[in-house]
Design a protein around this ligand. Structure first.
Ligand SMILES: [Zn+2]
Length: 324
């Protein structure tokens, strides 16, 4: 049975079991959707690849399942320490983004005080991830793979969590470019995402990676993910050593976090407009009671607009080009 099938079949929890492959690689199924893979001898990096934090984002789950199949058959050598996580199997079974609440806002302890299924899962994922990253001294890497409902001017892009005093890693951005990404967005503040959690708590080079559009299981055109799959294979067999600098990937910074202040909040562009749609200076993007966001310079773009959030929550980011 595949890792994905097994996780969907035991959606809430699964008994721990392990398996030694002929290659000497050890597979440890720690819980539903949580797989530890140990190389025969020590790895160069300690890698976490997560997917399905949003249950309807199927392509990344199919990619992880493909890596699992290649590892299991011995076709893909394992030379790094690996942890794979399928984030929200119950939501995946329902083909929904989440069951009760958005799992990717619950990390770094933001699950405290919540009794939802997602809060329990965030707690479990934090536990497993903490134990994993505490284990060894290899450089820590985390790629949290997503797809989106909204289209994007950049089909594939990454969100780089806020680093506080640490520096942005250009070799990491170079790697993301070779995975087929066209843009990276530098965050300017802490958040409840899984990638911010591993970045901030464990100093991991961590990213939320958006790989394209949401489709149903089985409907994904996997050729669109070929470069990203090659990149992930390089993380498994340790052929990836992060030695190249970025060339043409575009880098953006946040210039405004637009908060929904009241029920009068309104966005001034089409409901189905693509992420990273570009505007000239002076365009009105959002209005609310006593509030208006007008672009301050040419080249500003919006990302992740959403109007049906509770009052006080983020409704959109405005971003602009920057360099590192
Ligand atoms: Zn997502």
């Amino acid at each position: 049975m595949s890792f994905l099938e097994h996780s969907l079949e035991h959606e809430l929890s699964a008994p721990e079991h392990s398996l030694q492959l002929d290659t000497g690689v050890r597979l440890e199924f720690l819980d539903t959707g949580i797989l530890r893979v140990r190389p025969l001898s020590g790895g160069h990096y300690r890698v976490l690849i997560s997917c399905g934090i949003h249950g309807n984002e199927t392509a990344p789950m199919e990619m992880v399942d493909q890596l699992f199949a290649e590892i299991k058959s011995g076709e893909l050598a394992v030379n790094n320490e690996l942890l794979f996580i399928i984030g929200n199997p119950p939501a995946a079974n329902k083909a929904k983004r989440f069951v009760d609440e958005n799992l990717n806002r619950l990390f770094s302890g933001k699950h405290q005080g919540s009794t939802t299924q997602e809060a329990a899962r965030a707690r479990r994922i934090e536990q497993v991830t903490s134990a994993y990253f505490a284990e060894g001294s290899e450089p820590r890497l985390h790629y949290d793979l997503h797809t989106a409902i909204r289209g994007s001017q950049f089909e594939k892009f990454a969100v780089y969590p806020y680093l506080h005093k640490r520096h942005w890693s250009t070799p990491q951005i170079g790697f993301l470019e070779r995975c087929g990404l066209g843009a990276v967005l530098l965050s300017n503040q802490p958040s409840g995402t899984f990638s911010y959690f591993t970045s901030h708590q464990f100093g991991a080079d961590a990213f939320t990676v958006e790989l394209g559009k949401v489709e149903k299981f089985g409907d994904n055109d996997m050729t669109k993910f070929a470069d990203a799959m090659q990149g992930l294979r390089g993380l498994v067999d340790a052929s990836e050593r992060f030695e190249s600098e970025p060339r043409s990937i575009q880098v953006f910074e946040v210039v405004e976090e637009v908060i929904k202040r009241s029920d009068n909040f309104k966005l001034h562009f089409a409901d189905d407009a693509n992420n990273f749609t570009e505007f000239a200076k002076g365009a009105v993007l959002a209005t609310d009671i006593d509030y208006e966001y007008k672009t301050q310079r040419d080249g500003e773009r919006f990302v992740f607009p959403i109007t049906n959030v509770p009052i006080g929550q983020r409704a959109m980011l405005v971003v602009a080009p920057t360099s590192i």
